[in-house]
Design a protein around this ligand. Structure first.
Ligand code: ROI
Length: 256
């Protein structure tokens, strides 16, 4: 589906490591990167501005690795992957491998390495509130999500007043749906939604009780998962007009 731009064995002298001497003496690191992007526009126009300049990517990596010190090459790889995803709009997926050919482990080894893969995902999030200043709770949630690391709100539906669903006697809800671009994985996204709910003073007193703010993952790319505290697509969304109506407004093309 995507084209690839590869960087192989970029050499950087830096100070990452768990052992204190690694943080003072430093050692050689080798970096491999595979960028998934669409190069057709750049190729057609023979224009570097429509592509990802691999020279600039190499400088970014080299500088980042020399100016920071981490214990784990996992951290180095992940931070580079995320930094590049955010910096270059054209990068859709990226893998970053960090190798240590001189790892001081006291055994003969060719090299040790970590490779991380990160990419952009599209999620749809349902928003609901039926306590206090409902409109403010929903608007604040939209901006909190837009400001969060690795997240960008692409579309927000109108907010609609809905009768409580599920045989519950409580105040009317204000509901909406937003489309999110994110590099967070489903469980990381779930944690972020919980943090935002908690910041809005959400108390989990009883199931289906009134709430200041409720945020649910409806869809995440095309994935299907059924785990103890996370089901995607949302288990009951097809029965909930308060979700389907705003979802249809911002994504009428979706086939559920
Ligand atoms: N009913 C409506 N109308 N809107 C909601 O957001 C909502 N959320 C819930 C329950 C209690 C199921 N009912 C709802 O969690």
């Amino acid at each position: 589906m995507f084209d690839e731009i590869r960087i192989e064995e970029l050499e950087v002298f830096a100070k990452h490591g768990v052992f204190p001497e690694e943080n003072t003496l430093g050692q050689k690191f080798l970096v491999n990167v595979c960028i998934k992007t669409d190069v057709s526009k750049a190729a057609a126009g023979d224009d570097i501005h429509s592509s990802v300049h691999y020279g600039n990517v190499c400088s970014y990596i080299s500088e980042f690795m020399r100016n920071n010190t981490f214990k784990l090459i996992e951290t180095v790889a992940e931070r580079i992957a995320m930094g590049l995803l955010v910096k270059y709009d054209l990068i859709r997926e990226i893998s970053v491998e960090i190798k240590k050919p001189w790892a001081p482990i006291g055994l003969p080894v060719e090299s040790v390495s970590v490779m991380v893969n990160r990419s952009w995902h599209r999620a749809f999030i349902a928003l609901g509130s039926n306590m206090g200043d409902k409109n403010k709770y929903l608007n604040d949630a939209v901006s909190a999500l837009d400001k969060a690391d690795g997240c960008e709100v692409k579309k927000v539906s109108s907010f609609i007043v809905t009768k409580p669903y599920g045989n519950v006697e409580q105040d009317d809800f204000l509901n909406g749906v937003l489309e999110l671009k994110t590099y967070l994985r489903p469980y990381e996204l779930l944690d972020l939604l919980h943090e935002i709910e908690n910041a809005a003073g959400r108390k989990r007193v009883r199931r289906w009780g009134p709430r200041t703010l409720d945020l649910d993952i409806l869809l995440y790319d095309d994935i299907r998962m059924n785990e103890e505290n996370l089901t995607i697509p949302h288990a009951d969304m097809k029965n909930r007009d308060f979700v389907l109506t705003p979802l249809k407004e911002i994504a009428p093309y979706l086939v559920l």
